[in-house]
Design a protein around this ligand. Structure first.
Ligand code: SF4
Length: 399
């Protein structure tokens, strides 16, 4: 693969197009809270429309005919709609063929509407007690280390599952079957925690439709359960969902200089930190994902600075209820090769054979993680840094 030109292939002026990836600050413009009038939704703002200028919708017939599907089609009336038998493996859409111009355009301009068939809550025990059947798969953002494209390829736009009512019905029954949580664990003291954002970013999904809002509101009625999702995008519309303390939003954080290199198209890290108090005041529990931790020259100082910044700027009420997950980078040989073609400087820090070890997974993919001793020492160092700079930040788990 060769490095591609920074200009969008179609000359489009999308705010988050390739030019945003290849400028010094590749992250989203930090104006979401202010570019829409009070009372208007952010998703109708110019910023949101530039992030997702949807022009093409692939839809399973049943998804298009569903109430949620019709709402989405009405929302993007100028989009060309193509019927597809399945949201999986759409020819010319999924996969790694082509180049970054094409991928970024696909992420911005394409949506897939599908019907979620498998409804299973998977036991987890780390980020949550259960991984819920999510309301979407795929993402419009472009983090260089993202594992979400592993099954559909890097050009993996958002697939919205339109049968949100069935997903919520399933969750209600699953939660009822669990009964009361018998004892505290690191996920939560009293509630069964369900992560419904494992395969995308629910704050971005909320620019498209009400799936995220519906889930947040559903969990408000379930006193034994709590929803949870990680996000790298500040969407002020979520402040109006009234979660009643039953949704935990986990803002993912890393040193801003790492994020500018790796977290492409996301909200800048300082904006995610600033948003924490707003989300707490709006009724969310606010945690932080310190992830992925990328080991590169200067990482200790950079994390120390980030943690000190958290200590300096977060109000006491945020600190009192905050907790964090610490997750070291895992990578993948296939994604490494893809990234070399369009974002090789990311691989300078992500691909470190000198300190990483490989493991072949059951499906044949070669996954890469820091060597045991390197990882152990780095986790301990992070714990020390948190104790020194943000001692109020409870670590839920670190690995
Ligand atoms: S926000 Fe999450 S799902 Fe989206 S590209 Fe980044 S890591 Fe992947």
């Amino acid at each position: 693969m060769t490095r591609r030109s920074a200009a969008p292939a179609d000359g489009s002026d999308a705010l988050f197009g390739l030019e945003a990836l290849h400028t010094p600050d590749r992250q989203a413009a930090s104006t979401p809270a202010t570019d829409h009038a009070p009372g208007d939704t952010f998703r109708d703002s110019d910023t949101a429309r530039r992030l997702l200028p949807v022009r093409h919708i692939y839809a399973e017939p049943a998804a298009a005919a569903s109430p949620r599907g019709r709402q989405i089609l009405e929302r993007f009336p100028d989009a060309q709609v193509t019927e597809v038998p399945s949201h999986w493996g759409i020819p010319g859409l999924h996969g790694n063929e082509g180049n970054v111009e094409r991928w970024v355009r696909i992420k911005a301009e394409t949506l897939v509407l599908g019907v979620r068939k498998s409804l299973t809550a998977r036991p987890n025990g780390r980020s949550a007690d259960f991984i819920a059947p999510g309301p979407s798969n795929g993402c419009a953002l472009s983090c260089a280390y993202c594992y979400v494209p592993r099954r559909k390829g890097y050009a993996n736009p958002i697939t919205v599952f339109t049968n949100i009512d069935r997903i919520i019905g399933y969750l209600g029954r699953h939660i009822a079957r669990q009964g009361t949580k018998p004892e505290p664990n690191q996920c939560d003291d009293t509630a069964w925690v369900y992560d419904f954002g494992e395969n995308g970013d629910c704050s971005v999904d909320a620019l498209i439709c009400d799936n995220t809002a519906d889930l947040v509101r559903a969990f408000r009625q379930w006193p034994t359960a709590k929803a949870s999702f990680a996000t790298k995008f500040v969407n002020p519309d979520l402040l109006g969902y009234d979660p009643g303390g039953r949704t935990r939003i986990r803002f993912s954080l890393m040193p801003p200089e790492d994020a500018r290199l790796l977290d492409l198209r996301t909200s800048p890290v300082p904006e995610r930190i600033t948003a924490a108090a707003d989300f707490l005041d709006a009724g969310y529990e606010v945690h932080f994902n310190l992830s992925p931790v990328v080991l590169r020259p200067g990482w200790r100082a950079a994390w120390a600075e980030l943690l000190q910044h958290l200590d300096d700027v977060l109000p006491e009420r945020v600190k009192r209820q905050a907790a964090a997950e610490v997750i070291m980078l895992t990578h993948n040989q296939g994604l490494h090769e893809v990234n070399l073609g369009w974002h090789p400087t990311a691989e300078d820090v992500l691909w470190r054979p000198d300190i990483q070890q490989t493991k072949r997974s059951q499906n044949g993919a070669v996954n890469v993680r820091y060597r045991n001793r390197v990882k152990r020492e780095a986790v301990e160092e992070l714990r020390r840094l948190i104790a020194a700079h943000a001692p109020w930040l409870r670590i839920r788990y670190a690995f």
